[in-house]
Design a protein around this ligand. Sequence first.
Ligand SMILES: [Zn+2]
Length: 637
Amino acid sequence: MRYRGSIWIAKFILVAALSFAVTGAAHAQNPPPGPIKISVDATHAPQRILHAKLEIPTRSGPLTLYYPKWMPADHSPDGPIPNLAGLNFSSGGKEIPWHQDLVDMYAFNLDIPEGVTTLDVSLDFLISAPGPTIDFSASGTAKLFVLMWNQVVLYPKGWPAHDLTFDPALTLPQGWKFNTSLPIASQSGNGVVFSPVPLDLLIDSPVQSGEFTRVYRLNPGVQPSHEVDVASDDAWALDISPDLLDRYARLVSEAGALYQSHHYRDYHFLLTLSDNILPLGQEHHESSDDRVSENTLVDPNGRIREAGLFPHEFTHSWNGQYRRPEGLATPDFQQPMKGELLWVYEGLTEYLGTVLTARSGLRTPQQSRDYIALTASTMEHRAGRRWRSLQNTANAAQILYFSPPEWSSYRRSVDFYPEAVLIWLDVDSTIRKLTNDHRSMDDFCHAFYAPPDGQPEIKTYTFDDLVATLNQVAPYDWRSFLRERLDSTAATAPLGGITGGGWKLVYTDDPNEYLAAGEAQSGGADFTASIGLRVRGDGFVVDSIPGMPAFENGVSPFLKIIGVNGRKFSVDELRRAIRDSKSGSDGIEITAMNTGTLEKHEIKYQGGIRYPHLERVAGTSDYLGEILKSLTPATVH
Ligand SMILES: [Zn+2]
């Protein structure tokens, strides 16, 4: 899943021959039931409802069916069960009663009568519209739809997900086309039958569909194949410029050079351009579900802000899918996950994604440095770092993913994404320094994500395995190195990777390109490094940082600023007031609405505008520059 600032945009095996099973999964005594048929009727998706039918081989006696609860890419118990409706169980046309478990809301208990060998299940799934919180059910519009199989599946208790085989079929609205990594068995009209697939790979393989779709093949002729599958609410948005396509193709080449392996048969970037579904970046073994605003590819600010999406989700095929922390590799979708290594699963992905974004040309070197500077500044201004370690943000991920953006500095958010970028940069520049620039995180990648190539598989690891691989690359006390940074409750962020990389974090009044693009897109403003305030375009205070001028002078989250120095509030007015504070003014007078009461606050501040940047330190090795440099020669695609 992908993290964007403090807001989650929202944020899962194939014929039995393929091995996707998690080692150590507890196998039940009984052989698994035969293939379970699932037919999804999506012809009413534009009307915001899906109909599904399942045929589950069974026998008489007590039966528990599960609705998937813990979603692998969400690291949370957030299966969208509130949107399950119309549940009905029967056999031979005779209805069978059911009871939802009183403790586990994701379990349905039945007593199967004597003589019944097949249970017929029908259910509906209600498609929502995007709202203020993460809602994975917001995945369909009048013109397109992304099927996430977990939303329409029930499966019997007692077997690892990999041991349960499904025969999936899907019917789409007339004239709609579809794309997925699932192998197709047959197709006729608007119906498609997929090849038999283990439950874990089924849930790992979304199907993108719509009236307007287009397929772009990257690096044609090269195996395995990679393609960008685009769907949008309107035909105009389907065009990808040759220049951007070239960068996507370079991403594939650069990832090949960095990882030197692939653990998929082919790869699909399922890119959905729509303002009417949940914005999202969700990783899978053989595809990624990437959803952004309709105009993203033609809006320069949108391109800068979303440049890291493909590199992050693509990296997950290696880091997160192929290599997965033990605590996150559960045998089914009901057993709780443990997030303690999310600073690797997500944090290292964010670092390697940042590196690949630069190496593929999706971001310029300046934009990459501005991105790292903004990340460092944001983590430097986390008031919560004195009480909550970075390790705790990972341990508590299932809480923090769903916490609101207000108070994110003091509460802390899923900081194991951005702050881990700083820590892994520190690891990378330390390896380079230790080995006189002969080795780097690239060598770690070669070792950690090594072949065998070719098909989805999960290889688990522990903290000890990670330390051992780092020691293979460059012997050092990596255990202490990492623990010091992860368990710290110091007020300052780990900036050693920036200085070790030959740069330093500075603040100037020059715009930070990545931050400015975000402000232009949202209409809000980020004054974190000056008065410690983030506001929306309408004056709503998203965050105010304890210890910083705005908060210490009475401005808190949830206030709505309506006036600045006697003038009506606008982001520009507030920016001007902060800039002018340098020229000896008394301070900044804020008029704000606090739960129906008007308040005035005098922010005592004379520091001017402060935007984060990286500045080169003369006479030091520019390891950061080398890290961001392409590994493959520029080629014409
Ligand atoms: Zn992710």
